[in-house]
Write a new protein. Structure first.
Length: 244
């Protein structure tokens, strides 16, 4: 059977989401599926900054030791005002207003990225990749990422090597818990995953803490992962995809 890569990522990893992060990681460990954990280092969801949570820091180091990847997922994961009006509309539609890096200049992006990297360093965590909140990155952000030495960034449709490519075309599937069309979206995730697997098309599955508030969303995501593996899917981290 010809294999193909697919990536599973856990988004919004922070002290305020430590419990659902651990639940998702348990599901993946049971399947032997390495994933990329997307960390928000600044205060998020009413919680502390990441370096202040010793238990979470230890948990993340242990996960990395088992083959999971740690990556940066913004600084605060909160929208920043400014930029053209159309970008604000895209932010609201695709990221529910959390597109922190969608309208930043290069200088503004550098400052936020360095702040995030600094907090990760305080926790003894080094990263090579960046997934912007909502997968939305301004041109200035992309230049800042290259200037700071990141190896890749991700968008809705692909994984972009830095500084100048290559681009791995891999659509991302994710849920929108509580949103319009939640049930239809869950069916779409499993159906799309099976379709991609049948054609050996690389793709990604994005898991969020809020998904676990809906048991049906957890079942749909795990069914999609299991279907991919059964059809020859090889779960990889972003870092191994880019470096390989």
């Amino acid at each position: 059977m010809r294999t193909f890569p697919f990536v599973v990522s856990i988004h919004d990893v922070a002290p305020s989401t430590a419990e659902p992060t651990a639940r998702w990681l348990t599901d993946l460990d049971e399947r032997g599926a390495p994933c990329t954990l997307l960390a928000i280092p600044g205060p998020f969801g009413g919680g502390a900054s990441l370096p202040e949570d010793d238990a979470l820091v230890s948990f993340l180091h242990a996960a990395a030791g088992r083959g999971h990847e740690l990556a940066l997922h913004g600084y605060l994961h909160a929208g920043v005002p400014g930029g053209p009006r159309w970008r604000g509309g895209v932010n609201r539609m695709l990221a529910r207003g959390a597109g922190e890096f969608w309208s930043l200049t290069e200088g503004e992006a550098v400052r936020r990225l360095e702040a995030g990297l600094g907090l990760l360093a305080d926790a003894g965590i080094r990263v090579t990749g960046f997934t912007p909140p909502g997968w939305l990155a301004s041109p200035g952000t992309r230049r800042a990422l290259a200037a700071l030495g990141f190896a890749y960034w991700t968008s809705h449709l692909g994984v972009h090597g830095l500084p100048g490519g290559p681009v791995h075309r891999m659509p991302a599937l994710s849920h929108r818990p509580g949103g319009t069309g939640e049930r239809a979206g869950a069916r779409l995730m499993t159906g799309a995953a099976r379709a991609f697997a049948r054609t050996r098309t690389p793709f990604r599955i994005a898991l969020h803490p809020a998904d676990l508030t809906r048991p049906g969303l957890r079942r749909a995501a795990l069914a999609a992962i299991d279907a991919a593996v059964a059809s020859g899917g090889r779960p990889v981290t972003y870092e191994s995809l880019v470096s390989g």
